[in-house]
Write a protein that binds this ligand. Structure first.
Ligand code: SAH
Length: 214
């Protein structure tokens, strides 16, 4: 059984300081990053690097997002206890855990079966209770439980999927990196049934949001 040692906890505190220096100030986000053992979401061979502010491979050609990216997206999302969130791209489950720790009711979709299966076991084993982990295509969202107060996309989207816009509640927000090679972090707010406001923030680099044909 892999453990969370005082050494890991110390490194996490240093990571929290790095994120504060980079402009993360949402207390619930910083608390989540300080509390959650990121190394247990990664292969043991990367364990010693888990608290560097970097992305790492998690299998199936995918990566666990850089802590700054997770913190930035979580902060932009504006989550409080009970917020109903749809996440696209469960991956390692780390971002899912951050949202659960913040008190969100999280639905998360993953299209790689191996990663889906691992997170399905890992999250409850570490004490995180997502509302539902779904094996499927995030481009389609999860109509069964729509609308969502928040939608977070954790892979680079070549365009903004219509189904996700349709599944956003009025007043709801989506945080989505948009672009092919590099992405612009984009925050979309649904202001009425037919109206959306869009705010474009900085550049990020994600693995691609893949569709049926990839
Ligand atoms: N939040 C994750 C990020 C993983 S990388 C973490 O921090 O670990 C992005 C993830 O999106 C990958 O696991 C990838 O398999 C998944 N993904 C890509 N396209 C998808 C799609 N259409 N539907 C659902 N998941 C998708």
């Amino acid at each position: 059984m892999r453990e969370d040692t005082t050494k890991h906890q110390g490194r996490r505190r240093q990571l929290v300081d790095i994120l504060k220096d980079k402009g993360i100030n949402d207390k619930a986000v910083l608390k989540a990053i300080g509390d959650i053992p990121r190394h247990l979401f990664m292969d043991s061979s990367f364990e010693d690097h888990a608290y560097q502010d970097k992305a790492f491979p998690i299998g199936a050609d995918q990566t666990i997002s850089q802590p700054y990216t997770v913190a930035f997206q979580s902060q932009q999302l504006i989550v409080s206890p009970g917020t109903k969130v749809l996440e696209i791209g469960t991956g390692s489950g780390y971002q899912t855990a951050v949202l659960c720790h913040m008190g969100a009711e999280v639905y998360s979709i993953e299209r790689q079966h191996e990663l889906f299966r691992t997170s399905l076991k890992r999250l409850p084993a570490l004490g995180f209770k997502a509302k539902k982990l779904i094996f499927g295509d995030g481009y389609k969202g999860f109509a069964e439980k729509a609308p969502f107060d928040r939608i977070i996309v954790t892979a680079g989207a070549p365009f903004i999927p219509e189904a996700l816009l349709a599944q956003l509640s009025i007043g709801g927000k989506m945080v989505i990196p948009v672009g092919e090679k590099n992405q612009k972090m984009t925050v979309i707010t649904r202001t009425s049934d037919a109206d959306f406001e869009q705010l474009v923030l900085g550049d990020f680099r994600f693995v691609p949001l893949l569709g049926d044909k990839n």
